[in-house]
Structures are given as structure tokens and as C-alpha cells.
Design a protein around this ligand. Structure first.
Ligand SMILES: *Cc1c(COP(=O)(O)O)cnc(C)c1O
Length: 401
């Protein structure tokens, strides 16, 4: 059977139902095009996007800078080999280290891989400097990815019985509970790893004093501190990186999602003291992949040129203000978050129904759990987009309550 290029939506969905491995429940539509704040499906229906490709499309959909970077770089060099340097790889590493004060960058394609790198680096650190320590303390409701090691690092209770045996060496403690963290530290501990704002866990912020204490504990004991900024990085929380809210840096920071604006790209940044991998310890076919490097560089430069961190801070404030105006009417609770990583709780566990009602009305929102709605629009979101979103959100809420 040949592949038809002009399949109808019904034919596409029929083919999807028999050819795509079942891993997710997806709505009966097919996305075809994106521009700015909007996506369009194959029937021409338009969706205002407050999920942003899962906190990824920071510059909106199909931005010109990504198109240009891909066009120019793909004409020059699509791929050389991980065993060679290439120009955009060096330029992007220099840009990131200059921006952050970290010294070294390792590039991969997905957030989980960046975290795998951080986990390996933590164990390497433990083996060299802490007598073979290999345990990593992470937080309950944290999220670090879907490879076997990063699922093991993730403190999601529903995942505990899955894919046994898990990778050993992870202890999960409640976020913001310093005593629990202290109690979990043993001579076997090589690292503490956390998100400064738990994204998938439902937008829960680490407290400033807690994070500063973790920094001190790690300094005093030689334990490595890792911030997973895959969701919080690149302006999402109203600062270029979430650590700027805390006045401390980790030894290792992992980045993903927004870094490529939609192109598969992630990075692990470290201080010079943790530049400790031996040759061959870490690698990957696509590390420093030229197209990804060119896109990352273009995206980060554009984020800075447009001052999108500040814009995210301002637009986030406006969304929170608007949420407070409707909280009593709909009995919303715990309006929370920073910048454009925001959430609120519903009075009843109808998250999935609300997401479906939004979709019907042409609005994309996310429910990380049945009680919580999360908003993470592209950082370019305008006040007009926000007003439009509230019209649609209230319509969806009215249809349910
Ligand atoms: C999304 C996410 C990951 C995993 O990234 P992938 O690109 O899906 O592998 C890891 N950590 C955090 C905090 C995330 O939000």
C-alpha cells in the first residue's frame, strides 16, 4: 500500500489507530500547522495554545528565527559526527556558559538524557570524591523524565510499581522538608537533585530558605547539588533561570524544553570542578548536533533580544490577577506559580473534562492531575491573548459547573 499524501482527517485517524504504538490517549484530531500563539488542525480549526508544546515553544509556533537557523545550518552542515567539534556547538556552549557562569556544557536531545548525564556525573563524583557514594536524593512529586534511571529518580508514586527492577540508588523526600532531606543523607549520598518549581507535579515551588540550606549542606559535605531547570529555564518563571529567584546556583543544571523552542535539544551545564568525566564515560550520536546547536543559539539570542523573561513576569502577573477575579465565582483554589508557569486547583476533580471543554472551544490548557489546571503559554503571549483565553476558560468552566 502506498502512502497517500492527501489523506482526509478520518483516514489519518484510522491509520493512527492502527499504526501508532498506544502510549497516550490523544483527542480525535490531527495538528497540522502552528503560528505564534495558535495551532491549526487538519480540519482548519484553530486552537489558542496555553500549553505551548508542554512549556517548550517559548517563542511561539514556527518562529522565523528557527526557520532561518534551520535553513542556513542545513545548507552548511546537517551532521558531522560526535567525534568532531562544529561551529554552532562551540558558539552555543560559549553563549550558555557566558550567560550562566557555568563553565562546561554537554548537549543532548531530550530532557531525560540531560538528567541521565547529571545522574552519571553525580555517581562519578561519588566514586572519585565520596568513597563510592552513589545515592541521589530527589523529591516526591518531582519529575525528571522517562528513561529507566530518570523514572527511578522521579518521585511519582504511581510509577513505583512500573518496570521493576528500577535503577537503585534514589531516595525520595518531600519538597521543602529540610529535616527529611537531612535524615536521608548518608555516607552513600553523592547528590541532591530537584526542580525549583515542580512542573509535572502540579506547580509547587521550592522555598528560598530551603534551597539555600540545601546549598549549604552540599557545600559542607561535598554532595553535588543538581537543579533540573528543564521546565523552569529560559524565562519560564520570569527570570532567565529559576535559580535567580534563590540567590544560589547548583553545581550542575539541566536544561531542555524551551532551550530549543520546539527543536529536540537539551543541555547539562556544570562548574569546572565537576568537569570529571573520563573520555568515553558520556557521549551520544547527537551530542552537539549542528542543526540543534544552531537552533538553540538562535532561540536563546531571540529570548534575550525580546526580553522575554521580563515579559513572562509581567504577563504572568496579569494572568494571576485575572484568576483572582474569577476565583470566588468558580471556587478556584491555590492560584500559584511564577512567571508563565502557573496553576490553580479546581473544586472537583474535573481537570480532564475542563481540558476537553477547552479543546472543543479552541483553547489548549493542561491538567497535570484531575484537580489542577496548569497554564504554560509561549512566552510571547500578549494581553489580548490572555483576555481571549479567559473568555474561553470561563466558557469551559460554565459548561461544567
Ligand atoms: C519535561 C521534563 C523532563 C523530561 O524532559 P524530556 O525532554 O521529556 O525527556 C525532565 N525534567 C523536567 C523538570 C521536565 O519538566
Amino acid at each position: 500500500m502506498g502512502i497517500q499524501t492527501d489523506m482526509s482527517t478520518a483516514a489519518l485517524l484510522a491509520a493512527a489507530n492502527t499504526s501508532i504504538l498506544s502510549t497516550a490517549v490523544r483527542p480525535e484530531l490531527v495538528m497540522e500547522r502552528g503560528q505564534g500563539m495558535y495551532l491549526w488542525d487538519t480540519d482548519g480549526k484553530r486552537y489558542l495554545d496555553f500549553v505551548g508544546g508542554w512549556a517548550v515553544t517559548c517563542l511561539g509556533h514556527s518562529p522565523a528565527v528557527i526557520q532561518d537557523a534551520l535553513t542556513q545550518q542545513s545548507a552548511a552542515l546537517v551532521h558531522s559526527s560526535p567525534s568532531f567539534y562544529n561551529k554552532p556547538m562551540i558558539q552555543f556552549a560559549k553563549l550558555l556558559t557566558d550567560l550562566t557562569g557555568y563553565d562546561r556544557a554537554f548537549f543532548t536531545s531530550s530532557g531525560a538524557e540531560a538528567n541521565e548525564g547529571a545522574i552519571k556525573l553525580a555517581r562519578k563524583h561519588g566514586s572519585i570524591h565520596r568513597g563510592g557514594a552513589f545515592e541521589i536524593i530527589t523529591t516526591i512529586n518531582g519529575f525528571h523524565g522517562r528513561t529507566l534511571a530518570t523514572m527511578s529518580a522521579t518521585g511519582k508514586q504511581q510509577w513505583e510499581p512500573l518496570f521493576a527492577p528500577k535503577i537503585p540508588g534514589f531516595k525520595h523526600v518531600p519538597l521543602n522538608d529540610l529535616e527529611a532531606c537531612l535524615a536521608a543523607i548518608t555516607p552513600n549520598t553523592c547528590a541532591i537533585m530537584l526542580e525549583l518549581v515542580q512542573g509535572e507535579g502540579g506547580v509547587h515551588e521550592a522555598e528560598v530558605a530551603y534551597v539555600q540550606q540545601l546549598r549549604k549542606i552540599c557545600d559542607d559535605s561535598g554532595i553535588m547539588l543538581i537543579f533540573d531547570e528543564i521546565q523552569t529555564g529560559f524565562g519560564r518563571t520570569g527570570k532567565l533561570f529559576a535559580y535567580e529567584h534563590y540567590g544560589v546556583q547548583a553545581d550542575v543544571m539541566t536544561l531542555g524544553k524551551g532551550i530549543g523552542g520546539g527543536f529536540p535539544l537539551s543541555a547539562m551545564l556544570t562548574k569546572e570542578a565537576f568537569n570529571i568525566f573520563a573520555v568515553g564515560d558520556q557521549g551520544g550520536t547527537y551530542t552537539g548536533q549542528p542543526l540543534a546547536m544552531a537552533v538553540g543559539k538562535a532561540v536563546v539570542q531571540e529570548l534575550i533580544r525580546l526580553e522575554l523573561s521580563l515579559h513572562a513576569q509581567q504577563q504572568g502577573r496579569y494572568i494571576v490577577e485575572r484568576l483572582h477575579q474569577i476565583e470566588d465565582k468558580y471556587n478556584l483554589k491555590h492560584i500559584r506559580g511564577k512567571g508563565l508557569l502557573l496553576a490553580f486547583d479546581l473544586p472537583e476533580p474535573v481537570g480532564a473534562e475542563l481540558v476537553a471543554a477547552g479543546l472543543e472551544a479552541g483553547l489548549l490548557i493542561n491538567a497535570p492531575n484531575p484537580l489542577t489546571i496548569r497554564l504554560m503559554p509561549p512566552l510571547i503571549v500578549s494581553t489580548t491573548d490572555i483576555d481571549l483565553m479567559f473568555n474561553q476558560l470561563c466558557g469551559a468552566l460554565d459548561s461544567i459547573f
